[in-house]
Design a protein around this ligand. Structure first.
Ligand code: COA
Length: 460
């Protein structure tokens, strides 16, 4: 069934893309925007606008938006700030629906007047505005990369909304290296018009997005944000990194995007009530999002740890206790099943220690026993590299097992080069694998917290 139309559809599913300020000069933002849209493979018409040229990149170039022959809906604007409001008027007159305003030089530098004017033009001409002061928008299912970040954006199911442009651009590259796939990447900058709540509302019904990650410095309309977040959290998780925790951090926020950071403890409490998961930092946020991007939902609390290393098993046990993960006391039949995959000196209690002599075959058997047994709801696999085991074979086994079950699974692999390769295989095939047991445990803990909050939200 196709979803109802939404005012932000042109931002993600544009029929065409216009770039005002498209440039022939490599190294300029207007050049990067145009080449990214073309190279990433957007399928519809692309219209460069710049009075200086007849054509750019083999495309006809138009002096103004009004001269474009076809219909327009999404327009990216990268010209000096003073001229932007007038261009918004032209976009509206031509029937454009959403403007992605890259230009800086508005509220963040004290030009509240210019930002107000921009917004007035938008309202008067019926144009929704993303930005200003942003690096753009990408939506991978439509091969849209209207940013001046890297050209390649890895496809996946994490939508990332960021108020920090530089961080967003940096993370675009980082996600490629880390094999983390994105559905959408949206820079919101000054949030003069379109804000986090509007975007969440759209992403809620986006079948390509399984989790929404937000880096924010401030919220414009807290009530609206929390109301929408509550609805979204019932359906898919929202992970927020909220900057400006300290007094000095709050001051830094106000000079960065002109936002009011607000009392940190108030944010934490409000987030919790809306079902939002607050991450302390970027690494944590993406760790959680990688697990959520599997699309799995918590089925219950009881968790088993399966390991070939006693030490990491103990570390993970402590981390589970600290992070409120309930470790299952395996019933007898399950203990018996585990025992058949370990030598007599192993332990079939939880953590299940199949010992250092385990190969991928014993791991496979023990994990399969946990998958099949109803008492187990979540599985943590910990692997320490040994000379008698092959991490790559184990990675391949776990990927398949994870695909075969609805139970959330996480793993941590510790070791050398082959482990790095195994981690890459797992990440590439959407198996949530982490370099330390604590990170694996914390990701699972976040998923279980979301599950508990979701239940509470459903009752309200
Ligand atoms: N219509 C169409 N094209 C126009 C135009 C208009 N009204 N006004 C200017 N242009 C063209 C210019 O001819 C120029 O083309 P050229 O590169 O071929 O010479 C191009 O648009 C850019 O204008 P220019 O005056 O050269 O500005 P610039 O490229 O130095 O800077 C911005 C423009 C938008 C990049 C700059 O003002 C800015 O805001 N930079 C910061 C962006 C940023 O960091 N955003 C936040 C990221 S997180």
């Amino acid at each position: 069934m196709s979803r109802k139309s939404h005012p932000l559809d042109p931002l993600f599913h544009p029929k065409s893309v216009v770039i005002v300020g498209a440039s022939k000069t490599p190294g300029k933002i207007g050049h990067a925007l145009l080449t990214n849209v073309l190279k990433y493979g957007f399928k519809g018409p692309v219209y460069p606008v710049n009075p200086k040229y007849e054509e750019i990149e083999d495309l006809k170039c138009y002096p103004t938006v009004l001269d474009i022959p076809g219909e327009i809906d999404l327009v990216v604007v990268a010209i000096p700030a003073e001229n932007v409001p007038k261009v918004i008027g032209e976009i509206g007159a031509k029937g454009g629906k959403v403007a992605v305003v890259i230009s800086s030089g508005f509220k963040e530098v004290g030009r509240d007047d210019l930002e107000k004017e921009l917004l007035e033009y938008g309202r008067r001409y019926g144009v929704r505005i993303l930005g200003p002061n942003i690096f753009g928008v990408a939506y991978t299912p439509k091969r849209l990369n209207a940013t001046f970040g890297p050209t390649e954006v890895r496809e996946g199911s994490i939508a990332f909304i960021t108020q920090s442009g530089a961080l967003g651009i940096a993370l675009m590259g980082w996600t490629i290296v880390e094999k983390i796939g994105l559905s959408a990447l949206i820079s919101v900058g000054n949030k003069s018009d379109i804000d986090d709540a509007d975007l969440l509302e759209w992403l809620k019904d986006d079948p390509h997005t399984k989790v929404v990650l937000v880096y924010m410095e401030g919220v414009k309309d807290g009530r609206k944000f929390l109301k929408v977040a509550r609805e979204v959290s019932k359906k898919k998780p929202i992970v927020v990194i909220k900057a400006g925790r300290t007094a000095r951090g709050m001051k830094a926020v106000s000079s960065h995007t002109g936002s009011l950071a607000g009392m940190d403890s108030v944010y934490s409490a409000a987030f919790e009530q809306a079902g939002i998961l607050r991450a302390d930092n970027v690494e944590e946020a993406f760790d959680w999002a990688v697990l959520f991007s599997t699309g799995k939902v918590p089925l219950g609390e009881e968790t088993v740890i399966i390991t070939n290393g006693g030490g990491v098993g103990v570390l993970a046990t402590d981390a589970c206790e600290v992070n409120r993960i309930k470790l299952l006391d395996p019933p007898e039949d399950l203990r018996e099943a585990f025992s058949s995959y370990m030598p007599p000196f192993g332990s079939a209690r939880n953590p299940v220690d199949i010992t250092g002599q385990a190969t991928h075959v014993e791991f496979e058997g023990a994990v399969e026993s946990a998958i099949k047994h109803d008492s187990v709801k979540n599985i943590i696999v910990l692997y320490c590299q040994t000379a008698v085991s092959d991490p790559i074979k184990l990675a391949e086994v776990l990927v398949e097992q994870n695909r075969s079950t609805e139970k959330p699974m996480v793993a941590s692999f510790i070791g050398g080069e082959e482990v790095a390769e195994a981690m890459e295989i797992m990440r590439e095939r959407e198996f949530p694998a982490y370099p330390t047991p604590e990170r694996a445990v914390k990701a699972l803990a976040a998923m279980l917290r979301w599950g508990r909050r979701r239940k509470l939200l459903d009752r309200v």
